[in-house]
Design a protein. Sequence first.
Lengths: 509, 266
Amino acid sequence: MSQVFIGMPSLPAYGQGNLFATESFPDAAHHELRDDQLRKNLRHATTSIREKRAHVVGELPDWEDLRDSGSAIKEAVMADLPAMLEQFEANFTARGGTIHWARDAEEANRIVEGLIREQDTDEVVKVKSMATQEIGLNEYLDEHGIKAFETDLAELIVQLGHDKPSHILVPAIHKNRSQIRDIFLKEMKDVDPNLSNDPRELAMAARAHLRRKFLSAKVAISGANFALADTGTLGVVESEGNGRMCLTLPETLITVMGIEKLLPHADDLEVFMQLLPRSSTGERMNPYTSFWTGESHDDGPKNVHLVMLDNGRTAALADTYGRSALHCIRCSACMNVCPVYERTGGHAYGSTYPGPIGAILSPLMTGIKAEENNSLPYASSLCGACYDVCPVKINIPEILVHLRGEDVDSRRGQRRVPSEMDLMMKGVQWAFSSGARLGLLEKALPLGKLAAGRDKKIKRLPGHLAGGWTSSRDIPAPPSQSFRDWWVKEHESPAAGTPGRTDTTGQEK
Amino acid sequence: MKIALFATCIVDGMYPSTARATVAILERLGHEVVFPPGQACCGQMHINSGYFKEALPVVANHIKAFDTTDYDVAVAPSASCVASVKHQQPMIAERAGDTGLKQRAEDVGARTYELSQLLVDVLGITDAAAQLGSWFPTSVTYHPSCHGMRLLHLGDRQLDLLRTVEGIQLTDLPSADQCCGFGGTFSMKNAEVSSAMLEDKAANVTSTGASLCTGGDASCLLHIGGGLSRTGAAAGTLHLAEILASTREHPYDAGTSFGAKAEVAR
């Protein structure tokens, strides 16, 4: 039998685009930690949004039940994804929409470019969208002579500032009001030179800047928060109304969406519309929620397209321990509570998806060995705050640990010389896998006193790892006797032998 | 009740007085404490660093040491080690394809308690002064460790015990629920981010004016104490077991104890 190419890529097909840390997390964090203004901006923003979230979540007596429901619905979707995608396609198509399947970022960008060219235009307006950030659509279109205008206020700030988003919900979280005013003064034509840093004035300046674009654009590009399989409906949740303008004014609407965004029925929105706004902006309900089903004769866009994006999602789905990362509804609650994110900001993660969810999602989508993505799962103290707030209960700490295991395993046999960490783990394993050996090692505790100074503190240890520790922390001089040693002397020597206690002796086999 | 003490490697080697305090509290309540001698470490450091293969013998050793009918419940003065015993050890056994070991791990996990869990839930302690004779006339602030708070859901158990200690002056720690930045090897691999977290924790401890920061996890206290010591802060750290064990007759004495305060802040 001859082999026939049937066009199926071999699994796993990893993602491309803006999913990569290009320098290791500790190195990237090193730069970001030096930026005092950044630290101040982040602390202010994350603290206030954290408090808002906690307040509105606290109002719901059934919050934990909602989280369970959200998690269960997403799990069911992932278990039945192929069939549900086909169901969605049939319903979307029957209502006049056109669906395009994109295996990766490059394919998605090419499809979108082709659809724009069909409309004979070189300008598009955009609704805030993570999927198009992920595939680097703006940069791709720019290289091909098409200008994409971001209409979300924060995305506009990032775009005008020739910057990168650092948060999935508030992409300009790293900028404060005065920095934003400076960007507007520099980049916006016809802006009032006396523009202040008052939020309302800034919003009005952006509004005037964008209004012309809305009225003239022939093509709009959006993402989607939800896709309902049983009706072929798409939905976008937003705050400013710019999205609504994009979704209704231009003649052509192109939506780019990850395949994991499906929900079975409209009923499921009851759960997600309670979970999402409270988790993301800390509001009971977001100001604008738009749903559209195919094309309508007398209103809205005439050409309705959807680009269904894989870009590594199938690879993530294939990972038994990691697949629940795909349940993410992009609320950003995990970054707002993450002590690491609060100090480094989003740029340190390299990828479009920063913070705790990004630290698992990016390597799951690209494979652990891609660029510096293997440093991302270590960017966490495993404090668990992210898991606690996740509206769909993604156990992020557990997946971080799983991916650390993937990383360690991927390096086995690859190194000619073992790393400092390899040596430490191997050495400690010897002592920690036997009470007798640990006891023997503990006999040397008094030696540790030699490393301590007169003040009984160890202030400096050699090596990258231990040296990193003592860069900002003292270690107390160890005691002269371990507990184990004390116990044996106290309980097991003939002099101290207490009845009922000695029966634990000599049990080690 | 016969209670097996899991001292944990860090308490065993660095803070033996914390384990001795744990023994003292339990014996004071009339329970018999045993120390399974085969015990070493729960394996958390290996597991959280991704070295699952290396963790297996460590985990298997712990299960072997505690898989006996020679005690009723096991206790550890560390929430994160108990969480590792309960949640991570079965996972390591499962990944190794050893269903028998996994079952034994789950059995051991089900019988293992964090100290405040044991005191409050099993032994019914609601008033440390009345039931344990705890007396500690010192200003103290309390850091709830992440794994106790979020993995074991200890809630206010530790704080409630501290509140009922006679003579204690307990002050609230600002942003108490924020991680101190330890995270095991995180503090080495990402030492700078960890230091930035520690800096804020240490500043919050200092802002309370308390002379001690207490908590239920020796590892976090080692970290916080190390940061306080480096900045020259007056405050030190001390495990809550040592506060509960302190009485009028036998008050806590930093001079004879191996507590962090004694070794670091003095």
